[in-house]
Write a protein that binds this ligand. Sequence first.
Ligand code: FPP
Length: 257
Amino acid sequence: MSTDQNKFFINENSQISDKVSLDMSNLPEHIAIIMDGNGRWAQKRKLPRTAGHKAGIETIREIIRTCSDLKIKYLTLYAFSTENWQRPEGEISALMQLLVYYLRKEINELHKNNVRIHTIGDISKLPQAVIEEIQSALKLTQHNNGLFVNIALNYGGRDEIVRAVKILCEKVKEGELDVSQIDEKVFEQYLYTKGIPSPDLLIRPSGELRISNFLLWQMAYTEFWFSNIYWPDFTKEHLIQAICDYQKRERRFGGVK
Ligand code: FPP
């Protein structure tokens, strides 16, 4: 049993509680999360939606710590989609400020814990302060080899695929690549997620049962886990439950057992 109170409470038999036990040899390598329900969490408490996003940051902290403790390799968080620009200006700006606040406040602790920060999506369209904070986080943590935290920012799965097609078309036009050379492996090299394995497990809290333009290519064989809990109420116990349920799934990748 871990003696550090801040550490994840897992014992030698991988027993989390009376009810839940994890198979440490069958953990998902990559977990992706749609952090949904912040707005409804706030509305329920008669608070502004931004209060929900602020509370959502606390959950991020706990989930990153738990994933690190479990030695999960990749965690991808959907923080801002290409469609989120349609939200009211005040909410967009609050989200951008929260990102800066989060990175400034947490980056040293993340770095100390060997976390590597990475982003997917077109960050060039984000406010300058966010870009600078991200760049410094990427630089500071670039050599870390613990949990790889991949933040999806101004990210959309369709946009990512179209972008890859355009780059490939340019390559073909310039004669650098022949159409016959293009296959799935080559195509993947032009996605934002180049070099990152596909998610094994997608978690979406808040009761919505869709993937909302998240990692469309990469989730071809991802196991989905949904729950009605709003993201600010999501705890490490929910994460453990999701992993436990994942461990009961039979993954066949289109083959037979
Ligand atoms: C979805 O809830 C949540 C978002 C669009 C933003 C998530 C962002 C954060 C938690 C903060 C910043 C992120 C990082 C990585 C520091 P919603 O607003 O769609 O909720 P609703 O469906 O209840 O309206």
